[in-house]
Design a binder for this molecule. Structure first.
Ligand code: FAD
Ligand code: SF4
Length: 518
């Protein structure tokens, strides 16, 4: 006899939250559906590790639910092939199992939320939307913290969150006597530090079948994977990464948060947690991460100081929740913002790492190898380059959204368009995050072995970032000069002889005209 279910519950690839209240009790009248949707592979071209990581974790999640006694179907690309649209797949499944109701967890991405809210299901089907129970700030409260079109200071939001969730607080005061130890987080690596960089915990998760499926269904992708995925595939592995981070990386996390080096075999991972995929797929809850790291800090106060744990807490409780607030307060208009009217195309070397700029070669190269780069590489190397050269924000978004293992629009877009490209006109950052080669030289050892000279601005071998910085400042003078945090920079520029300024701007023009060959 054909099996019937009263309710179909649909789970998206980034909703792998085993502790969701849906799963608190087993109910034989409910069928959970997890599907490898082709539409999710082509809304942007993805890194192969990203597709494999999501598909493998979805399969693992379906198996875990099934072992726990829930009724689940996991549909592969093969099973989904006959359905051109999500509506068709759901209508078929609902009919097949004679279901009367359909439920989903509210997607974190505007595109999918719209799609699910506009589903055309048969009239008699009762549709229910649930919370994902993932974020610390409830979705309904976002409007009371974030206003559309208005800049909110991350620092104030962060303090509210620290108070509200009682994180690193002591008698209502911040532990360690101040809210923010950011100024302690700007160390670069000395030679002795490089020897100590810990190796990252990675896995060898088999993705051979997934790659075969991708190729069979002509899913287009880029990047490398070699059949073994190094990213965690389930909650158990994600917890291992978290515990490994506490032991080996947390002690120096804050200190080297902004540092970069090309001289370690672990240059790509350094002291970063690499927890973003586990978090964004919801295998781990931010509260679990905060509780574990703070508990570890408390029992290791002799070896881990407050600046390290505070630096980490600020990322999870502050930046991550803040970015989500900015996204929901400003969508859908945010996705077309282009405040600086950037018009240039993304150079081809973003897809090959074939560039003479050593910092870019490393940041892009490791992104292609691991689907990962850490924050300062994303912001101050690749992002900085795109901003200085005026790359179209939609192309910058597309690259970041496709290449990174953790890239989901709600977090990628405000980071890219907002923090990195200033395309939102200052909703996230109060001024553009730009820098010449000096900053990169200060925070890394990339410049020492670069084709270009970081000391020069206008000469033939001059670091492109140097002249491009001044070109950007000149081009956007009208907009930026009013900002009191920037006006000083213009005073210094104006003091330089006209001839020198012209030489720098000529060099920048040359760089822009020859961008593909830099
Ligand atoms: P760690 O350095 O170990 O930090 C710990 C955690 O803090 C991260 O896992 C992440 O969850 C959180 N976090 C830190 N900074 C941010 C931030 N600015 N916004 C949101 N969360 C933050 N992060 C994504 O998760 N997905 C993206 O698509 C993404 N795109 C970005 C694009 C640009 C241009 C920039 C500048 C940043 C982007 N970030 C994105 C933020 C940040 O770079 C990554 O979260 C981080 O590099 C992930 O590596 P990690 O887990 O080792 O982080
Ligand atoms: Fe990058 Fe310029 Fe340094 Fe070369 S010299 S690594 S291009 S900052």
């Amino acid at each position: 006899m054909k099996k019937k279910y009263q309710e179909i519950r649909f789970i998206l690839g980034d909703q792998l939250n085993a502790n969701h209240s849906w799963f608190k009790k087993k109910d034989a009248s409910i069928l959970y559906v997890i599907a490898e949707l082709k539409q999710e592979t082509y809304y942007v071209k993805h890194h192969v590790q990203k597709i494999c990581a999501f598909f493998l974790s979805m399969m693992e999640f379906a198996q875990a639910l099934s072992h726990a006694g829930h009724h689940v179907i996991h549909m592969t690309l093969d099973d989904c092939e006959e359905f051109a649209e999500l509506d068709e797949l759901l209508i078929y499944t609902i009919k097949k199992y004679s279901a009367q109701s359909f439920s989903y967890q509210r997607p974190d991405e505007y595109r999918l939320l719209k799609q699910l809210r506009e589903l055309r299901l048969p009239n008699h089907i009762v549709i229910k939307e649930y919370d994902t129970e993932h974020f610390l700030l409830p979705y309904e409260e976002i409007p009371s913290y974030f206003t559309q079109g208005k800049h909110h200071k991350m620092e104030f939001f962060y303090r509210k969150m620290r108070r509200r969730f009682d994180v690193l607080m002591e008698k209502e005061q911040p532990q360690g006597g101040k809210w923010n130890f950011d100024s302690d987080n700007r160390k670069n690596f000395k030679a002795a530090d490089i020897q100590e960089i810990p190796s990252p915990l990675t896995f060898k998760n088999d993705v051979t079948d997934i790659i075969k499926r991708l190729d069979k269904h002509k899913v287009s992708y880029f990047g490398k994977v070699e059949n073994q995925l190094l990213w965690p595939k389930n909650r158990k592995q994600a917890l291992q990464v978290l515990r490994y981070f506490c032991k080996y990386n947390l002690p120096k996390f804050g200190k080297f948060q902004d540092a970069m080096t090309a001289n370690s075999e672990h240059s790509w991972s350094l002291y970063h947690s690499r927890l973003s995929f586990a978090l964004n797929s919801k295998m781990l809850h931010p509260k679990t991460i905060l509780d574990e790291t703070i508990a570890y800090y408390k029992k290791s106060e002799k070896t881990i100081d407050i600046a390290q744990i505070e630096g980490f807490v600020r990322q999870i409780l502050g930046w991550r929740e803040y970015i989500r607030g900015v996204y929901w307060a400003n969508m859908p208009g945010y996705s077309v913002s282009n405040h600086l009217q950037a018009k240039q195309d993304l150079p081809h070397f973003f897809w090959t790492a074939n560039t003479k700029m050593n910092c870019m070669k490393h940041a892009i190269g490791q992104s292609l190898n691991y689907a990962y780069a850490h924050h300062i590489q994303r912001l101050m190397v690749t992002g900085n380059f795109c901003l200085l050269t005026g790359i179209k924000p939609e192309q910058v978004d597309e690259w970041y959204l496709g290449i990174y293992i953790d890239a989901i629009e709600w977090v990628e877009m405000p980071n890219t368009r907002g923090m990195s490209q200033f395309a939102d006109g200052g909703l996230v950052a109060t001024k553009p995050y730009i820098a010449g080669g000096n900053y990169i030289n200060k925070m890394s050892d990339y410049c020492k072995s670069c084709h270009y000279s970081v000391k020069h601005k206008a000469e033939e071998n001059a670091c492109p970032f140097n002249s491009l910085y001044w070109h950007f400042m000149s081009k956007h003078r009208q907009i930026l000069e009013k900002n009191p945090r920037i006006s000083m920079v213009y005073r210094n520029w104006d003091k330089q002889p006209q001839e020198q300024r012209n030489k720098v701007l000529t060099r920048a023009q040359w760089c822009l005209e020859n961008i593909e060959n830099l």
